[in-house]
Design a protein around this ligand. Sequence first.
Ligand code: BEZ
Length: 213
Amino acid sequence: MAAIRLGDVAPNFTAMSTEGEINFHDWLGDGWGVLFSHPADYTPVCTTELGTVAKYKAEFDKRNVKVVALSVDGLESHHGWVNDINETQNTTVNFPIIADEDRKVSELYDMIHPNADSNATVRSVFVIGDDKKVKLTITYPASTGRNFDELLRVIDSLQLTAYHKVATPANWNNGDECVVVPAVTNEEIPALFPKGYKEIKPYLRMTPQPNLN
Ligand code: BEZ
């Protein structure tokens, strides 16, 4: 199994989930997607993570991003645990959770790291663009819950690059100045960035965030 790298087409699969069978590429449609794994159902950190993702649905929707979770637990376990997530996190789980009991998807996406735990998936995240290509991968250990504000921040950055030819500098947050990507020439800037730009060095050109009024 080859590692999945940035720019690769996200491998397609068919799997059972809490919302029925999913053909991944069909399910993605022409939007963006997040596929994220957790180590096990009925565990504390995972309970908080899935509750948080449910509460962020409007934020993912705004960005045209569908979210799907995965662990190697079965469907019955997922359904029972969803009741606990809803109860303890004051939310309603509103995205599918893949039941990867045969590890088909976990192995396809290299989500089991045997030297960490041979029986469970690590906390992997794959962000997939509307061209079905992998835009971002993140791997966290079981003991560290992910920061979903950071995930939204990164998706904003990825979409700015995809649609507006800017990159984002260190510690960028929505609304901050962006970096004109090196492939854009100074001659192209007025048409692409009518708000103007600052040239600090020929290779370091800043422009106001292009998708804001
Ligand atoms: C958790 O979700 O809390 C967890 C899962 C596996 C190992 C450690 C923590």
